[in-house]
Design a binder for this molecule. Sequence first.
Ligand SMILES: Cc1cc2nc3c(=O)[nH]c(=O)nc-3n(C[C@H](O)[C@H](O)[C@H](O)COP(=O)(O)OP(=O)(O)OC[C@H]3O[C@@H](n4cnc5c(N)ncnc54)[C@H](O)[C@@H]3O)c2cc1C
Length: 598
Amino acid sequence: MPTYKAPVDDILFLLNDVFHIERYANLPAFAEASSDVVAAILGESGKFCEEVLTPLNRSGDEEGCTRHDDGRVTTPKGFTAAYKQMVAGGFIGISVPTEFGGLGLPVALTQSVNEFLASANISFAMYPGLTQGAIAAILAHASDEIKKLYVPKMVAGEWTGTMNLTEPHCGTDLGLIRSKAVRQPDGSYKITGTKIFISAGEHDLADNIVHLVLARIEGAPEGTRGLSLFVVPKVLPKPDGSLGAPNAVSCGSIEEKMGIHANSTCVMNYDGASGWLVADENRGLNAMFTMMNEARLGVGVQGLALSEVAYQNAAAYAKERLQGRALTGPKYPDKPADPIIVHPDVRRNLMAIKAFNEAARALVMWTALKSDLARHAENDKERQAADDHMGLLTPVIKGVLTDQGFANTVTAQQMFGGHGYIKEWGMEQFVRDARIPMIYEGANGIQALDLVGRKLGKDGGRAVTAFFAEVQGFLKDNAGDAALKPYLDPLARALEHLQQATMWFMQNALAKPDNGGAGATDYMQLFGLVALGYMWAQMAKAAQSKLKEGADGAAARLNAKLITGRFFVERILPEASAHLARIQTGAASTMELPVEAF
Ligand SMILES: Cc1cc2nc3c(=O)[nH]c(=O)nc-3n(C[C@H](O)[C@H](O)[C@H](O)COP(=O)(O)OP(=O)(O)OC[C@H]3O[C@@H](n4cnc5c(N)ncnc54)[C@H](O)[C@@H]3O)c2cc1C
């Protein structure tokens, strides 16, 4: 059975030594985030994930969710009790403002806790994760009345949230949505339509479920410009928040699927259900994007989370499994064979996952801090810069962390040989579970197109220019640091590749959009490599300066950081040149074959 240990020390290193959150102590969300508070939340949530959620991962996968004849859906054994415990820990509302019952702490902390939850049990983690996304959309766009009625209940875990975009005939192309909304004299709307693949659409964890539904108001324009967003509760709340009559919304069926068996994926039927507008009419997609930015960051975290738990188990196995002898002679002559961790090829695999995970965690933390700054920074310029960063990095984090997260679960499974393929070891579940984050919240190909087609050129390229300037600034400021040179030189080369690719798109993709489309995924991966390389440069600098200060107890951990970072810049970052080469070939060989040749 797999085990899990929450990487609390790694997160504290990032918060305290790399990103120095004390610098932000004057800002609202950070004022209360004293080191004691942060350590307590990470410690408690970590323990909950290790001891309560991890053991439920396997049983939840085997049992799955059950839809009963009356339309009720029950989650696997142990889930309702674990959910109560999670709610008592206050983990849903860590970053929700205190006036709505939350703790008002930085988003960076929420994302760290979400990583623990998803490592331990991604199916379970999705229930509060979707609630957080729905809360974000309501807080950003709904009326005060809706905020006051819904958000405190959601923070308290009494009501959960969902997002309803997908319909049988449309997923990526939301302009095709057919669900209808009809205005009522009292200002509400009647919603009718069918949504499919709705995560957490029906379950037994909470008394009410708050569906955020995209639909088209009668007479609204075709396409995405005619979509509005509605809050449609499963049970209609009375003004005091107590529950009234059931709404005309029901779960028609649940999907049998490859993984995340313990999360209910529902067909939802809206049969003239009462709903209330979130944001202005026809501005629904815009409001949904608020939810999607948070949700996409959260899905990127799922990729990292599964990569982390798969790595931990592969590393433990590699230290125990005895096969063959080290190339340099027996390392454990008293044993019949050496543990497989002595073999360079096994090391190569483990190092690749470890080097990715630690940098990915830093990238999430950096971006989550920007999300805090986008809300709380003191002046418009800083808020805007942080928002630009979020917009630019969100598709990169979603796409790269979930593509690589899945690949890493396969690599970790490989370390088990045939045993990885056998259910008992739990590795095949990580592989199955890690597959979906690449698909939902916008398939990864669409993330790449979002990056290249929308984010690069937005506001005259302001966000990408700022990103380049920041990395170049770091390279320049540290150019005289000989100890850092092994990290900076490869980063500078990869950055150059990224800049060349960006220039290539400007010159070749505007006139011929297929060139952009054919190179988008390589560009996203290249961007990810540079961003992760930048994280390693910063972590190496932090580790070196801590070691200089004489970090007694932490020396082994800090030295391990430096070695792991070197592995990344020497053995993973050079992949940047292959991505650039592919981008520069353009779309010709990709698009040349006639359709009938496929
Ligand atoms: C387990 C699960 C849970 C889900 N949870 C939810 C949920 O809670 N709420 C919700 O609303 N939806 C949910 N979804 C739906 C999910 O978001 C969609 O499946 C996803 O967005 C893709 O849409 P689609 O399946 O219709 O694929 P399509 O849109 O048909 O796409 C098929 C393929 O074509 C590619 N493609 C499509 N258009 C383009 C284009 N213009 N350019 C390039 N490539 C393109 C896509 O990248 C994809 O690879 C869930 C799905 C699953 C399987």
